[in-house]
Design a protein around this ligand. Structure first.
Ligand code: G
Ligand code: G
Ligand code: NA
Ligand code: MN
Length: 253
């Protein structure tokens, strides 16, 4: 209840902000895009980790309002960077299961994009296996509606949830994100083979593949051999505030 109240107050007082973590092209070192990650900064308790508050926000339904704030700020920031000529790629925003199943989801997204005059091309949504496996038929229709707008869709934390390989090819996805747990284990023979297999599945389905949680150059060497082209993780950058990320963009140029 304490966190629930903090979140209610935090929403009123605009205490949720968005950090950005770059996704890099392994071969060229170019910025490919970034993931928007919510941060909850309270005056009394300081930073509260999403690991703590997201599950509670999911339960209480507050994730819907928080998710809209994240989407709104991410679209605002990307539009600004686009206009400054600093970036012309996509921003990836995490979409929770509760948001995904809102009957007016596409309308809500359209409204936010319109508000910022941001073409849907610049938006990517990250969803998890759990979100789409709840009701796969319904999920396919929602994903098709988003995809038809030019919004890209990424399967987050791939391989860690309850998913079906048979259905994977039915989802109108653009990207598979290999969960950090697999990248952590890439140094072992079997771990490397797992990542190899996931990259192959992604490429055979014409999907981009992103390795998450890349921390060491040894991991990058192996990912290079396995043709995993897009990397995200502390090795390149931790999630940055909008201000810090703008500096990162300026340095990239
Ligand atoms: O951001 P890390 O930096 O600590 O995030 C921890 C967890 O919170 C991850 O599982 C991440 O997917 C989730 N998360 C971060 N930002 C958001 C968000 O804006 N919406 C949702 N639904 N989950 C988020
Ligand atoms: O669940 P999702 O994949 O959306 O969440 C990404 C989470 O992983 C965020 O909490 C983000 O801060 C974290 N993260 C990103 N890169 C790294 C990394 O290299 N190492 C660790 N330990 N966490 C990372
Ligand atoms: Na994510
Ligand atoms: Mn993930």
């Amino acid at each position: 209840l304490q966190i629930e109240n903090l979140m209610r107050y935090g929403l009123k007082e605009d205490q949720f902000c968005v950090f950005y973590q770059p996704k890099m092209n392994l071969k060229t070192g170019e910025l490919m895009g970034m993931e928007a990650l919510v941060r909850f900064i309270t005056p009394k308790k300081g930073l509260i980790s999403p690991v703590q508050f997201i599950p509670i926000a999911e339960e209480t339904g507050q994730i819907i309002e928080i998710g809209e704030v994240v989407l709104d700020k991410a679209c605002r920031d990307v539009k600004k960077w686009l206009d400054k000529g600093l970036f012309d790629g996509r921003v990836a925003v995490n979409l929770s299961a509760k948001q995904f199943s809102l009957p007016d989801l596409t309308h809500r997204i359209d409204k936010i994009l319109q508000k910022h005059n941001l073409p849907s091309y610049f938006l990517e949504l990250e969803i998890t296996e759990g979100t789409v496996m709840d009701d796969p038929k319904d999920a396919i229709n929602i994903m098709k509606a988003l995809s038809a707008r030019g919004i890209h869709l990424a399967m987050d934390d791939f391989g860690t949830g309850y998913s079906s390989l048979a259905l994977l090819k039915e989802f109108p996805l653009n990207t598979l994100k290999i969960d950090k747990a697999f990248i952590d284990d890439i140094g072992s023979k079997r771990g490397r083979n797992m990542v190899d297999s996931i990259v192959t599945i992604a490429h055979n389905l014409d999907l981009d593949v992103v390795a998450e949680g890349v921390e060491y150059s040894e991991q990058i060497d192996i990912l290079n051999e396995l043709n995993c082209e897009i990397l995200q993780g502390y090795h390149y950058s931790k999630p940055l505030s909008a201000e810090q990320f703008e500096t990162f963009l300026e340095k990239q140029k």
